[in-house]
Ligand binder design. Structure first.
Ligand code: IMP
Length: 372
């Protein structure tokens, strides 16, 4: 899950769809357990926001039931107007019936007050209210809410039926209002030897970013014989990539150490789709995101030559053996190239011709960095 932008505002992931599903199931079960045996309730959803909640709730409800909807509106933008408009009313005869209101969210309670007003003179046997979300800090009424899915802090949310000025209802999870992302985070991408390290060093100066080279982070840990370092070494020596979890934990620690940075250039990370997803989630929790993946594109044979040259002086054992180098390319091709699709699907992929002299390539990269 990533940060989303709706109109002028940014929202970060808050409640995932698995948690929503668990809450909805629990509510449906509670409601059922409280009903007299064989009672057929009428569920009345309060539109528009409840349409997904109502649909999921009703499917989880085990027993016969009727379904109806009322359409009310009180919100404009991200604050309540306290004046509730009736847009679609109730047509059914509710005399002697058990009515259970399905609300997406109760905030000040203005809408809830209106609901009680509407149903007061309908001669119902029982009236109960089930709300998926509830903001206790702003609730101003003394009205019963019989079932609450989850109490949340007083911050505007969207998704799963809830909108901000009509947008956001279609997201399957809940997102919370956040500030505009401050960082410029770039994934510098390309096969081993493509020149990522060299370019990152130049670009971090130019854009005042921190360069996180996975290779350097590994080598630091290995040199200092940390637990993660020793583990990583056993894989690197074989020319294999280090397992995702080890890599992710090392990288997260690096970002946490530099929380005030203007942004990061990630070099050599992510290398797999699961790492990319973990990175997105980790940044989104902070209200930040990857602005783009910038990839250096260089033909493979040119790269093998470059790496063997580097191995003569760099002291990197993984650069001295062509077999190991080819092994890394295989890993790269089978796993990492998938990331191109991943970032492309987000509209975040920028391919750069990585053949040429260093300055030329820096210029090409800068042209893209400037737009991110
Ligand atoms: P209340 O009348 O102030 O209790 O607000 C209830 C209605 O306002 C809900 O049915 C929603 O339509 C809307 N609302 C309240 N809080 C939020 C929010 O955080 N996001 C989106 N809509 C909200």
């Amino acid at each position: 899950m990533k940060i989303i932008k709706l109109h002028d505002l940014y929202f970060k992931p808050f409640i995932n769809k698995e948690e929503i599903s668990t809450i909805v199931k629990r509510l449906a079960l509670q409601v059922k357990n409280d009903l007299p045996k064989d009672e057929i309730p009428i569920f009345v959803g309060i539109l528009n926001g409840c349409f997904l909640f109502a649909a999921d709730f009703i499917r989880e409800f085990k027993g016969n039931c009727e379904v109806s909807f009322v359409k009310l509106a009180s919100y404009e933008g991200t604050s309540t107007t306290e004046e509730v408009k009736h847009l679609v009313g109730i047509n059914e005869d509710l005399t002697g019936r058990t009515v259970i209101i399905l609300e997406d969210i109760i905030d000040t309670g203005a809408t809830l007050q209106e609901i009680y007003n509407i149903f007061r003179d309908k001669n119902v046997k029982t009236l109960k209210v089930a709300s998926l979300f509830f903001k206790p800090d702003v609730f101003k009424k003394e009205l019963p809410i019989n079932y609450i899915g989850k109490s949340i802090e007083d911050k505007f949310i969207v998704g799963y039926g809830l909108d901000y000025n009509k947008l956001g209802r279609n997201y399957p999870a809940i997102y919370q209002l956040t500030t505009q992302p401050k960082m410029k985070n770039i994934v510098l991408f390309g096969p081993p030897g493509a020149g990522k390290g060299t370019q990152a060093t130049l670009l971090k100066e130019k854009y005042n970013l921190l360069h996180i080279s996975t290779g350097d982070v590994f080598r630091f840990n290995i040199k200092n014989e940390t637990a993660l370092g020793k583990l990583a070494k056993s894989f690197m020596d074989k020319g294999d990539l280090v397992p995702d979890e080890v890599t992710i934990n090392m990288l997260k620690a690096e970002v946490e150490k530099n929380a005030d940075a203007n942004g990061f250039i990630f070099d050599g990370f992510p290398r797999t789709e699961s790492q990319a997803i973990a990175l997105d989630e980790f940044l989104a929790e902070k209200g930040e995101q990857i602005n783009g993946m910038v990839a250096l594109e260089v033909p493979e044979d040119l790269l093998v030559g470059r790496l063997l040259e580097r191995g003569k002086t760099s002291g990197r054992t993984d650069d001295t053996d062509e077999g190991k180098i080819r092994n890394r390319f295989n890993e790269y091709n089978t796993k990492t190239a998938i990331l191109k699709d991943f970032y492309q699907a987000q509209g975040n992929y920028y391919g750069i011709n990585g053949v040429g002299n260093i300055n030329e390539i820096t210029t090409r990269l800068s042209e893209v960095f400037d737009t991110l």
